[in-house]
Design a protein around this ligand. Structure first.
Ligand SMILES: Cc1ncc(COP(=O)(O)O)c(C=O)c1O
Length: 384
C-alpha cells in the first residue's frame, strides 16, 4: 500500500536518538531547548514552546490567552477535531466559519460577515483558530486586521504547514498570529513521532505556555511569591499539565529539521507531476500556490460533478489497487459530539460540499517516481 503520508527516517535520525539514549537526560535535558531554538530560527520567531502534540500546543495556547467558560472560539469546520476541542478543554464554546470552496481554508468574506453579526449580537469570539489546510497558509493578513478591529486573538493551527510561507515570510515567523502551532505526527512534514510546538512573538504568552506545559510550576526565584527554603524549592501559581516533549523526540525533530527543505522540494515535485498527469481528468485539483509556498502536507482532490460513481466506490477502488487514500476532513460540526452541542448538517455548506467529494491521494517525501506513477495509473484507471 502506498500510504497517503509517512515519515522519512535516515540513519542520522537514528543516531541522534541513540545519542540521547546514551546521555544523562531522556527528558528535561538540553535536546528540547535545542529543538525549540532550531525551529524558532528556521521560521524566524522569537519564542518556541515544544510540547507532546499539536493538540497540547493548541490547548496551552488557549490557556495562555485565558480562554474559559463564557468565551467562544471560532475555527474552520474543515479540520481535525483538535482545532475545535482545544476550546472545549477550557470550558469555552466553539463556533465555525465556513470555508472558501477554492482554497478550502476559512473564508475571509464569511468571517467578516459573521463578525458583523456577532458584534450586533454581543458575542464576539475571544480567539480565532484558522487552519492552514493541507499546508497552505490561511489568509492571515486580513484576519489580523479583523482581529485588531474586533479585539480577538489568533491561534494559527499550522499543524500541516511547517515550512510554508505567506507574503514572503515563514508561517510562524511573520507574527500575524498571536500563536502558531505545528504538529510533528509522522504523516506531517517532519516528525518527532508524537509532538507539537507553539510559536509566538509575545514573551508573556510563551511563558504562560511553558507553565501550562509543566504543571504550572516555576523554579525562577524572580517569579516566586514565597521565600525559597532551599535549592529544591519550586512554586505552583496556576494549573498546568504534563505536556512535555521528551529529549528523544526533540533530538529526532532537530535531526529531521536539517532535511526539511529536501522534504518540501520532493513534495512539490510530486505535486507538479500529479497536476500535469491529472489535468485532463474529472477532478478538482488542489489550488496552485498563491500568496506563498504551501508545505503540501496533503494532496486532496475532489471528484468533479460529472463523475457519477460515488466517492466511496472510487475510494475503495483506489484502496483495492494498493493506493492508501484517505479523506480530510469530515466537517467537525457533523460529529456526534458537536451535534449534541447544537450544530446541524447544513450549517457550513461549503465544508460539507467539499467533504462529500474529497479524496486525499498519497503525497510524501519518501515517494519514489515509481510510487507516483503507480498512483497516477490507478487514478486514471478508476476515473476512465
Ligand atoms: C489541523 C490539525 N490540527 C491539529 C492536529 C493535532 O495534531 P497532533 O496529532 O500532533 O496532536 C492535527 C493532526 O492531524 C491536524 O491535522
Amino acid at each position: 500500500m502506498i500510504q497517503y503520508g509517512r515519515q522519512q527516517i535516515a540513519p542520522e535520525d537514528i543516531e541522534a536518538v541513540r545519542a540521547v539514549l546514551a546521555s544523562d537526560f531522556l527528558t528535561q535535558g538540553p535536546a528540547v531547548p535545542a529543538f525549540e531554538q532550531a525551529v524558532a530560527r528556521y521560521v524566524g520567531a522569537p519564542h518556541a514552546v515544544a510540547v507532546n502534540s499539536a493538540t497540547s500546543a493548541l490547548h496551552v495556547a488557549c490557556i495562555a490567552l485565558d480562554v474559559g467558560p463564557g468565551d467562544v472560539v471560532w475555527t474552520s469546520p474543515n479540520s481535525f477535531l483538535a482545532s475545535a476541542n482545544c476550546a472545549r478543554y477550557c470550558g469555552a464554546d466553539v463556533d465555525f466559519v465556513d470555508i472558501d470552496p477554492v482554497d478550502l481554508n476559512m473564508s475571509v468574506p464569511a468571517l467578516r460577515e459573521k463578525l458583523a453579526r456577532a458584534k450586533a449580537g454581543g458575542r464576539l469570539p475571544k480567539v480565532l483558530i484558522p487552519v492552514d489546510f493541507a499546508g497552505r497558509s490561511a489568509q492571515l493578513a486580513p484576519m489580523r486586521e479583523l482581529a485588531d478591529a474586533y479585539g480577538f486573538a489568533i491561534v494559527e493551527d499550522a499543524s500541516h504547514a511547517i515550512g510554508a510561507t505567506y507574503h514572503g515570510a515563514h508561517v510562524g515567523g511573520h507574527g500575524l498570529a498571536d500563536v502558531t502551532v505545528f504538529s510533528f505526527h509522522p504523516v506531517k512534514i517532519i516528525t518527532t513521532a508524537e509532538g507539537g510546538l507553539a510559536l509566538t512573538h509575545r514573551p508573556e504568552l510563551a511563558r504562560r505556555m511553558e507553565l501550562a506545559r509543566s504543571h504550572g510550576m516555576t523554579r525562577d526565584t524572580a517569579e516566586m511569591s514565597g521565600t525559597p527554603d532551599g535549592p529544591w524549592y519550586y512554586e505552583q501559581h496556576s494549573l498546568g499539565w504534563n505536556y512535555r516533549l521528551t529529549d528523544l523526540q526533540a533530538a529526532l525533530g532537530t535531526s529531521q529539521l536539517l532535511r526539511i527543505e529536501e522534504f518540501l522540494a520532493r513534495r512539490h515535485a510530486v505535486r507538479a507531476r500529479y497536476d500535469t498527469a491529472f489535468a485532463g481528468l474529472p477532478l478538482v485539483l488542489p489550488p496552485p500556490d498563491a500568496e506563498g509556498r504551501s508545505a503540501l502536507h496533503l494532496y486532496p482532490v475532489q471528484l468533479a460533478p460529472q463523475v457519477t460513481r460515488d466517492r466511496r466506490a472510487v475510494f475503495e477502488g483506489l484502496r483495492a489497487r494498493g493506493i492508501g487514500v484517505n479523506v480530510h476532513y469530515i466537517p467537525i460540526h457533523t460529529q456526534p459530539y458537536y451535534q449534541a452541542l447544537g450544530f446541524r448538517r447544513g450549517d457550513f455548506p461549503a465544508a460539507e460540499a467539499y467533504y462529500a467529494r474529497a479524496i486525499t491521494l498519497p503525497l510524501h517525501a519518501g515517494m519514489s517516481d515509481a510510487d507516483v506513477e503507480a498512483v497516477i495509473a490507478a487514478v486514471r484507471a478508476e476515473l476512465a
